[in-house]
Design a protein. Structure first.
Length: 486
């Protein structure tokens, strides 16, 4: 990592030479477990460009230095221990604002070489997956707790707990069998010659519960033409959909929705979701079709590749959770810092900023929250289940909470800033400003920052944070508009 230069410090011209420090985090680079995953030049470009956009803006031809007091651009973390560290890029005073990561289980993510990989408990999950299935700059993946109810999630040819009906499985060591985790552990499912349904199925060991929403997902890669992947959980939780592997069109949808995510190299993750109307133990079916309907047909040996089945509660297919003989739970990502960080937070006025890659809609989640260590004094940014952004202030002098809500948005990059000062608050999302005039007086000092969740574990983001920043002054409306313009 020698020779890299990153824009740091309190002015846009400030810089830090990394030639002797081996990383952009000179104060911590020598610590055991310190980890940076990207090649030096790539990381340099990512950090420099993102930081420059947070350190200064140009309004009406005049450049203003913004002096952020804390900047998080996810890029370095510590791997020693079950409670990890996510290093801030910059804080004032220096070194007091490194985030603590708590997750008492392993977790998976899409790594810097484009593969699904496992990180240890407490490790920040830097995720490099772009919407096009390629490797991009790292973002911080924050998710709630999730449990894969399927047993032997990638042992699809095992007779129990899986049932195979009129299909054959082939495994191999050639590149054709390379799965999204980079190893040759994918399965080639082929239909047999009978006039019947061609499928695998599994009944989880726990019942589906009435009123609970579930999502089933599996990774698929095309091999033969004119074949469709059908996920059928109609009996289990009222969900079914068909994916054409030729066109990637999703049709014949029952339930609350279906979607695909591109994982590169021809692999897609197909997800179907719905809500159970009764409590029962029943099977979920994953099957091949020769058209977009759920009917019997005569197989001819056509095939596609499969990897990594998952069924879980909730309306989002969270990161893949491998299982063997029992269901496996991934704990929630809880990421925060407290105490001395109070010097980085505007106590009477300030601005908070978040850049987020939003891919999952319809669920209320938090982007960032600052508070007094309790719930009496709060400034927060969150996404509502109506797909709008809400800023909120809670203080002893307010009757309730002072809110501003944005217009609705679609999936994609959101740049969000909330500037607060009694009598003049403003929310800006992708350059669109909204203002309010609520008055307030905070009754205690802010001393905690929570990232992607509400205090400890709750309303987790279920998405990826590209950067965060805190300013101890209330930036002008023109400045936050410039800061958030895409």
């Amino acid at each position: 990592m020698s020779g890299a230069v990153f824009t740091l410090g309190n002015s846009v011209s400030g810089s830090l030479s990394l030639g002797s420090a081996l990383s952009k985090f000179g104060r911590v680079a020598g610590q055991a477990g310190f980890t940076i995953e990207q090649e030096e030049e790539t990381l340099n470009n990512t950090v420099t460009s993102r930081y420059a956009g947070l350190a200064a803006v140009t309004v009406s031809g005049v450049t203003s230095v913004l002096n952020p007091s804390l900047v998080l651009i996810p890029s370095a973390y510590n791997t020693s221990g079950s409670t990890g560290i996510l290093y801030s890029l910059h804080s004032k005073p220096n070194g007091v604002a490194d985030f603590v990561v708590t997750r008492a289980t392993e977790g998976t993510r899409f790594n810097s070489v484009g593969k699904i990989s496992t990180v240890g408990s407490g490790d920040a999950r830097l995720d490099y997956l772009t919407s096009g299935g390629t490797v991009g700059p790292p973002a911080l993946l924050v998710e709630p707790s999730g449990t894969n109810l399927f047993l032997r999630s990638n042992e699809l040819n095992i007779g129990a707990p899986w049932t195979q009906d009129n299909i054959s499985f082939t495994t191999g060591s050639t590149s054709a069998f390379t799965s999204p985790d980079g190893t040759t552990n994918a399965f080639l499912l082929a239909d047999t010659s009978g006039s019947t349904r061609h499928r695998i199925s599994q009944q989880p060991t726990t019942s589906f519960v009435s009123g609970t929403t579930y999502t089933v997902s599996i990774f698929v890669k095309k091999n033969s033409s004119s074949r469709f992947l059908l996920i059928n959980s109609n009996t289990a939780f009222g969900a079914r959909a068909v994916l054409s592997l030729d066109t990637l069109a999703i049709t014949n949808i029952n339930g609350t929705g279906a979607s695909i995510d591109n994982y590169g190299n021809g692999w897609y993750r197909f997800s179907v979701r719905g809500t159970a109307t009764s409590t029962q133990a029943t099977s979920v079916f994953i099957q091949m079709q020769n058209d977009a309907t759920d009917v019997t047909y005569i197989g001819d040996g056509s095939s596609f590749y499969l990897y990594g089945a998952q069924v879980e509660t909730g309306s989002i297919a969270t990161s893949y959770i491998p299982t063997t003989a029992a269901a496996v739970t991934r704990n929630a990502d809880v990421i925060n810092l407290s105490g001395a960080v109070s010097g980085c937070i505007g106590q009477t006025e300030g601005t908070i900023y978040a850049e987020v890659d939003v891919r999952n809609l319809g669920v209320e989640t938090y982007f960032i929250r600052i508070d007094d260590g309790a719930s009496t004094n709060i400034v927060s940014l969150r996404k509502l289940n109506t797909n709008s952004v809400r800023s909120a202030i809670t203080a002893p002098t307010t009757s309730g909470t002072i809110n501003i809500s944005s217009a609705t948005f679609t999936a994609g990059i959101l740049k969000i800033a909330f500037a607060y000062k009694s009598g003049e608050i403003a929310l800006c999302v992708n350059g669109a400003n909204l203002t309010a005039n609520g008055t307030f007086t905070f009754g205690a000092s802010f001393n905690r920052v929570s990232v992607g969740s509400n205090i400890t574990a709750g309303s987790e983001l279920n998405d990826r944070i590209r950067s965060l920043a805190i300013y101890t002054t209330r930036l002008t409306n023109a400045e936050i508009q410039s800061l958030t313009t895409i």
